[in-house]
Design a protein around this ligand. Structure first.
Ligand code: HEM
Length: 139
């Protein structure tokens, strides 16, 4: 691969609000095109502009501790019809892939660590049952 191709694939964006905006746009473009995730998101989200804005604030709060996001992700995901445990692996794979395309390895890894922690806590909130093994068999 030529050096130019590598630079296009890994632009090494600094971690700014603007770069977070581009990450969010690129990630949700992939989500909407994904056969497993796309239909669930499109059924739940009538107007994408406010969702993308919320997600910019969310990642800005998580990665830059900006305090811009105020919300309740668990309550929001409880309302998502058709959400399933196994969708989280796909969500994380697409998210980490997009981070790796935009940021250097250290920043991409930091996004991945945060995303995995939040995904784990969402999965526990949505799917954990005290009378069943965790993680559920097959996951
Ligand atoms: C199976 C995986 C997932 C699906 C299908 C999913 C789907 C959705 C949908 C449809 C919404 C919009 C809800 C609404 O506005 O009514 C939403 C909101 C949101 N999601 Fe997810 N999500 C997933 C995983 C995640 C993960 C892993 C994170 C964080 C790392 C995350 C963070 C958020 C946040 C912060 C919101 C905004 C909540 C609010 O309104 O304040 N989601 N998600």
């Amino acid at each position: 691969m030529s050096e130019i191709a590598i630079r296009v694939a890994h632009p090494d964006s600094p971690l700014t609000e603007e770069a977070i905006g581009r990450l969010v746009d690129a990630f949700y473009a992939k989500v909407r095109n994904d056969p497993q995730l796309g239909p669930v998101f499109d059924a739940a989200i009538a107007d994408w502009a406010p969702h993308l804005e919320t997600m910019r604030r969310f990642w800005s709060s998580v990665m830059l501790t900006s305090g811009k996001y105020k919300g309740n992700p668990v309550a929001a995901h409880r309302r998502v019809s058709g959400i399933e445990m196994q969708m989280f692996a796909r969500w994380l794979a697409l998210f980490e892939e997009t981070c790796a395309e935009m940021f250097d390895a250290a920043i991409a890894a930091e996004f991945g660590i945060k995303a995995r922690r939040i995904a784990e806590s969402l999965q526990l909130a949505l799917f954990y049952r005290p009378d069943r093994p965790w993680p559920p068999q097959g996951h």
